[in-house]
Design a protein. Structure first.
Length: 227
């Protein structure tokens, strides 16, 4: 339990008062230790990805409006790949990592091992046939090497998603620090809430079609934060 109220307020770009209120309303996962609230970083990350409560829109909007991380740049770094073979989670992740561009200072086996350990803790499937595999903690030393890789599977694979749907696409996130990691997850979460985006991914579109969709959404993001 390594995060305090002030840490959550900073990460989610909200007031401490709002954090307390969300905890009381059970909208944030929290633990009471020695009369103080503590939060688990992994659970907060999962909350950003999977939370369906109305309050999450404000959190995601804040991250969308943040210019620290460009999702387009991250995807350009990671790449988009098609027809990834594999009959189970381990095979799919191994074949994906072998294809995607990764930093030279981290070997692919290490990245794969970290992704598999993360899946053993809790499935990274977020529903609607999408999974967002990521190491438990950020592993990239150079921000310029951060990446988001979109990998379309040759056949859907069971990732033990809560909605029971097999995964047809994995979005692998490799980030540099916790704040940037949260921002990347927030932006992916926003996109994956949209039926149009999920529908687009199901068609396994060309790289430029995906990037163009995100560019168009980016034009709307500035307006969300003011609503």
């Amino acid at each position: 339990m390594n995060l305090k109220i002030k840490d959550i307020a900073e990460l989610l770009q909200i007031s401490e008062k709002t954090v307390y209120r969300w905890v009381r309303e059970k909208k944030l996962p929290a633990y009471r230790i020695n009369y103080q609230y503590r939060f688990n970083k992994d659970e907060i990350n999962e909350w950003i990805l999977k939370n369906k409560a109305p309050v999450s829109d404000g959190v995601i909007a804040s991250a969308l409006n943040n210019k620290n991380v460009s999702l387009i740049d991250c995807i350009n770094n990671g790449g988009i790949y098609y027809k990834i073979a594999g009959e189970n989670v381990a095979d799919v992740l191994r074949n994906s990592i072998n294809l995607i561009r990764t930093p030279g200072d981290i070997d692919k086996e290490t990245i794969l091992s970290l992704l598999l350990k993360r899946e053993e803790m809790m499935s990274t499937a977020i529903g609607s046939g999408i999974a967002v595999p990521h190491p438990r903690t950020p592993i990239i030393s150079d921000i310029s090497n951060e990446s988001v890789s979109i990998c379309f599977l040759n056949s859907p694979v069971d990732f033990k998603a809560l909605d029971g749907l097999p995964v047809f696409a994995v979005i692998i996130v490799l980030s540099a620090n916790q704040t940037r990691h949260l921002e990347i997850l927030s932006k992916i979460s926003y996109l994956c809430r949209q039926e149009n985006f999920i529908g687009l991914l199901k068609k396994e579109p060309l790289r430029e079609e995906i990037l163009e969709y995100i560019r168009n959404e980016k034009k709307k993001w500035d307006k969300i934060i003011h609503n």
